[in-house]
Design a protein around this ligand. Structure first.
Ligand code: SAM
Length: 274
């Protein structure tokens, strides 16, 4: 192997950065200033995360404190979510922990909980246990087709990125079983068509996870005025490369509403209702 000088390494890093910027061309008009290019180049090093790692899954690796993984309440809640089969063989603890934090903050606000994009209920079941949902005077609205994505809401750009109809097994009766006895309203069908079945006027926790821009933005629009002050919106797909169109759409949505999305290293985005 030849000797790689610092200059070579910087040249390669710059080429990688430009390739990254070019890959976005045509999907969004991104103009990177020289300062922004230097910033990306300086933070794009493959060697940034040196072990020992405390967390290394689901698209993120870190050496930072991950004590929540040992928290017994979180562990119990996560195990219940995992048992639903929503995540298959995957583990998504940090994402689940972020949702639990949001729900815990929301639980003392007026209003109900909503999730659009439930699959088998993994995230919602985790959150419900974490906040002892039974002890709250709230309803959890769970909206999904319970049979995957609908072709009519997938844009051409999303198709190019590999977003396809279906993709999830039919799970309506399994979800009914999971949430039996809880104060939930399970609403089957495509968002945005089913949104009017959510009858509450106040929402304090909104999780959006449908892997597809149009229904997600429609849900955000529908609930925006119903979100109470301090409510948290958890956008599961915001930072994922395959869902780049969502980032563009939610940044625009947020800007119209006068807020900003907090980009999380987990790939999630958070919005706090003023
Ligand atoms: C990633 S999964 C949700 C996972 C869930 N939040 C969890 O972590 O357990 C995405 C879900 O969105 C649902 N979905 C996609 N498009 C939808 C639409 N237009 N209306 C309703 N549900 C939709 C799919 O059926 C699928 O169950």
């Amino acid at each position: 192997m030849g000797v790689v000088t610092l200059k070579d390494a910087l040249r390669r890093q710059k080429a990688r950065t430009l390739r990254l910027a070019n890959s976005f061309k045509g999907q969004a008009r991104i103009k990177m200033s020289e300062t922004a290019k230097r910033f990306v180049a300086n933070t794009g090093s493959d060697e940034l995360v040196k072990g020992p790692l405390t967390y290394n899954r689901d698209g993120m690796a870190t050496t930072h404190n991950s004590d929540f993984m040992q928290d017994s309440l979180f562990a119990e809640a996560y195990a219940l979510g995992k048992d639903t089969g929503s995540w298959g063989e995957e583990d998504i603890q940090w994402r689940a922990y972020v949702a639990c934090w949001a729900a815990d903050k929301a639980k003392s606000l007026p209003g109900d909980f909503v999730e659009c994009g439930v699959n088998r209920g993994g995230l919602s079941r985790t959150v419900m246990h974490y906040v002892n949902f039974d002890g709250l005077d709230k309803t959890f609205y769970l909206l999904d087709t319970f049979e995957g994505l609908s072709e009519k809401y997938i844009s051409e750009r999303e198709k190019v990125r590999g977003i396809r109809p279906g993709g999830y097994e039919e799970c309506y009766s399994a979800v009914r079983e999971t949430f039996k006895g809880f104060d939930v309203r399970i609403i089957k069908g495509t968002v945005p068509d089913t949104l009017s079945q959510v009858t509450t006027d106040e929402v304090c926790y909104l999780s959006i996870d449908m892997n597809c821009v149009e229904p997600e933005i429609a849900a955000a629009e529908f609930f925006w005025d119903k979100l109470v002050s301090g409510a948290v919106v958890v956008l599961d797909d915001y930072g994922w490369t395959q869902h780049y169109e969502q980032k563009v759409a939610f940044d625009e949505f947020a800007s119209i509403k006068g807020v900003r999305v907090l980009a999380m290293p987990t790939g999630q985005g958070l919005i706090f209702k003023p």
